[in-house]
Design a protein around this ligand. Sequence first.
Ligand code: FES
Length: 103
Amino acid sequence: MSVASSQFSRCVRVCQNRSCRKQGAKSVLDAFLQFPVSGVTVTGSSCLGQCGNGPMVLVLPDMVWYSGVHASEVPLLVEQHLVSNRKVAHILYKRFHSQNENN
Ligand code: FES
């Protein structure tokens, strides 16, 4: 898949299942919906299989996972990842990403 096509067909999935909901996933989803980005669809999702590390956010097709996302971090995630194509290192899910990953 080319860079151009991945930029224009992204989907952000914000887990809304029980564990992530308890950790604030509703406010994270609401925050994403306040910052729409052209070509990016944001949806709530069922359990992403990483319960207890939430709120979990998965960016597709990039396959980039964020964990413990707080609503206040959403503007940064939108600006840095969805607009500028740079991962937000400090909230990358360490189970699937190395700490030094930033692009
Ligand atoms: S409840 Fe969110 S990953 Fe399972």
